[in-house]
Each structure stands twice: as structure tokens, then as C-alpha cells.
Design a protein around this ligand. Structure first.
Ligand code: SAM
Length: 355
């Protein structure tokens, strides 16, 4: 069964079709959402695939395997992905920093004749995207729209930047915290307001916790602050985003807590053993790409319920309008609101049974 292609996949594939013959057999595909791009490529093309999202990567690889398409997965967005590439297809990421890192790395390693075809929905596109591409390619233009989508073309790469702009780094003096961020990592070098609110409760989290998980770790803000507060604890930082995982590893090192933090790229919390964690912190996503979607948050709560040992605690934060309390009660355990402000609720859920 082929992956469903949406209108963005179709316009990218349509605009790229006449260039496939000149791609010299290797096409770079970035951020295929669920295999739609891969499924439209001819069998003789070698595909180098990088999806920031692990869930998307798994879906695209599954499609390629079903169709017998040769695909080489590059979990890291680095120069090897683009070496001598002549055709790069991508779905425009939500954030400009993510696009900028892709463009910078591609322009530094791809063949001088490379064509980058970046597609998105008109409502999610902005002139700033053209400007970001133009920092690294001399020739940037847009296609005509089709079904409320269009592509940006980028040609004539500038070559390698004198100094790579990623990861970006910033110091937050108030928390004595250094953050490192690759382009696609949530919140970049800033601290999300929900995370800031949850940080104010760190002192109330169980000091006896030894096995701690930061679920959806982003740049590793919570993992790092918890490692510092609980020097006896080991913290597992989990995220579906390759950029987030790389960022967390660097953030941990920049704050001298690398020995306490391990990082896993995973979908939700799937590889973690049942009843193995004392404490989980989570600021769950409520978007997937550009679409509002709470389903991953519910999966995270269910995963936390499975992974917490009896008496273990999940501390989470979310926009107060989101209907999460019932799910927390049902899938984790008795849940109390520990704090609220004008935008967020912070909650503590305790897994049933005695520790
Ligand atoms: C709201 S952000 C919070 C990030 C970080 N904890 C912070 O406080 O800045 C949610 C995080 O969940 C991650 N995420 C989204 N879907 C996921 C999934 N299926 N499995 C694991 N993590 C996921 C995102 O990549 C993002 O880093």
C-alpha cells in the first residue's frame, strides 16, 4: 500500500519531476511527513533521507521498504547527507531556524548545480522563508500556486559558511543555564513559557528520585535543571526530534551535567521498560508540524503511566484550556493542580500502588 500523498507532496514531486533525470541517481529528501514524498520517486533513484521527526522517519522508511526503494537514512542533518547532491526535496519546516540550518548545511556540501525544491501550504509560508534561503543560495524563486500550495526553488549555493551558525547558544543568567539549539529544536535558545512555569515547581518534585525522565526534552532545559537539583539521579532525556536530541546532549555538556544525562531519540517513550521511573517531567507538544494535534500528549500520558513505578510521579504543564486532566487521572493516576497562572496549569500525577 502506497503512502497517501497530500497536496504539498504532490506539488514538490510535480515540480521536481523534470529534474530527476539530472539528479545523477541520488535525491535528498528532508522532512517527508509520512512517506508521501518517498513514494513518488522512481525506483532507480537512490534516496538519502533525513526526517527530524523519528515518527516521520519510520513512516517514510516503511513506505520505501514496501515499494522496494533504496533508502539510506541519515539521522543527523550534516554535510554527508548532501555531499554532491543535485536534487533536494523538502517539506518546509514550521520554524525558520530549522529551514536555515537545512539551507546552510545543504549549500555547504551539495553539488554547485543543486536544485532545492521546498514545498508548503500558502498559509504556512512567508517571505522570510525566501530570505532565509537567499542567505545561502543566490537564486531563489517561487512556483505558481496549486491547490493553495507552492514551492520555493533555490539554486546556486554559496558554499560552506565561514563559521557554522548551528548549534546556536545562549546563556540564561536567571537560571544559570546555557542552552545549545540546533535549528529544528523546539523554542531554540529561548525558554518556553510553559517550561518556565514548570521550572518553578522543581523544588517540590521528589528529592529521592533516582530514575528521572524528561519526556519530549527539546533542548534539555528540564533535564539539565533536574540533573543539577538531583545530583544522585540519572536523567533520560527523550525526544522524537533529531535536532532536540543533539541539542540536549550539547546543553548537558555545556552545563557540566553530561555524566547524569543520557539522550534517546524515540517516539513517545516506547523503548523504556515498564515501572522503571521514579519521576517524569513533560511539557507535551500540542502541534505536529504546522497542525494542532493533542494526540501525542495523550500518548505521552499513557506512556508515563506505563513507565512510572508505583508511587512514581508525572509533573506536567499545559495551556489551561486543554482538556488533559481527565486523561491524566485515567492513564497515570490521581492528579492535582499544583499551580496555575493566566495561561498554564502545572499538575502532579501519582502512579497508583506503593513504592
Ligand atoms: C512543548 S515541547 C517541550 C520541549 C522541552 N521539554 C522544553 O521544555 O523546552 C514538546 C517536545 O516534544 C517533542 N515531541 C513531539 N512529538 C514527540 C513524540 N512522538 N515523541 C517524543 N517527543 C516528541 C517535540 O520534539 C518537542 O521537543
Amino acid at each position: 500500500m502506497e503512502a497517501a500523498q497530500d497536496a504539498v507532496d504532490r506539488i514538490i514531486l510535480g515540480e521536481a519531476s523534470q529534474h530527476l533525470a539530472a539528479s545523477a541517481g541520488a535525491v535528498v529528501v528532508l522532512d517527508d511527513l509520512s512517506g508521501g514524498l518517498v513514494s513518488g520517486l522512481p525506483p532507480l533513484v537512490g534516496i538519502r533521507l533525513h526526517c527530524d521527526s523519528y515518527r516521520s522517519e519510520r513512516a517514510a522508511v516503511g513506505v520505501a521498504q514496501r515499494l522496494g526503494l533504496p533508502v539510506l537514512v541519515h539521522p543527523v542533518l550534516d554535510r554527508s547527507l548532501f555531499t554532491d547532491a543535485r536534487l533536494v526535496l523538502l517539506r518546509l519546516p514550521k520554524g525558520l531556524a530549522a529551514l536555515e540550518e537545512m539551507a546552510e548545511v545543504a549549500a555547504g556540501a551539495a553539488h554547485p548545480d543543486v536544485l532545492l525544491v521546498a514545498g508548503g501550504r500558502d498559509k504556512h509560508m512567508s517571505r522570510s522563508m525566501n530570505a532565509v534561503l537567499a542567505k545561502h543560495f543566490s537564486d531563489v524563486s517561487a512556483s505558481y500556486g496549486q491547490r493553495k500550495c507552492r514551492v520555493l526553488f533555490a539554486r546556486n549555493p554559496h558554499g560552506a559558511a565561514a563559521a557554522p551558525s548551528f548549534p546556536r547558544r545562549a546563556t540564561h543568567q536567571d537560571l544559570d543555564l546555557r542552552i545549545c539549539a540546533h535549528g529544528a529544536a523546539f523554542a531554540g535558545t529561548s525558554i518556553d513559557l510553559g517550561t518556565r512555569f514548570l521550572v518553578t515547581f522543581l523544588d517540590q518534585m521528589p528529592a529521592s528520585a533516582r530514575s528521572v525522565i524528561d519526556l519530549g526534552c527539546g533542548t534539555g532545559v528540564l533535564a539539565t535543571l533536574l540533573a543539577r537539583r538531583l545530583p544522585q539521579a540519572q536523567v533520560l532525556a527523550v525526544d522524537d526530534s533529531a535536532a532536540a536530541c543533539r541539542s540536549t546532549t550539547m546543553t548537558a555538556a555545556a552545563n557540566d551535567v553530561a555524566s547524569q544525562i543520557s539522550v534517546a531519540r524515540a517516539d513517545v517513550i516506547d523503548p523504556i521498560a515498564d515501572h522503571s521511573a521514579d519521576l517524569i517531567v513533560c511539557n507535551p507538544p500540542f502541534h505536529r508540524g504546522t497542525t494542532r494535534d493533542s494526540s501525542v500528549a495523550f500518548e505521552m500520558f499513557a506512556g508515563a503511566g506505563r513507565v512510572l513505578r508505583p508511587g512514581g510521579e508525572l509533573w506536567t504543564v499545559f495551556n489551561s484550556h486543554l482538556p488533559y486532566l481527565r486523561s491524566l487521572h485515567r492513564t497515570v493516576g490521581p492528579t492535582t493542580i499544583v499551580g496555575r497562572n493566566s495561561s498554564y496549569l502545572a499538575t502532579r500525577s501519582v502512579a497508583p500502588g506503593r513504592s
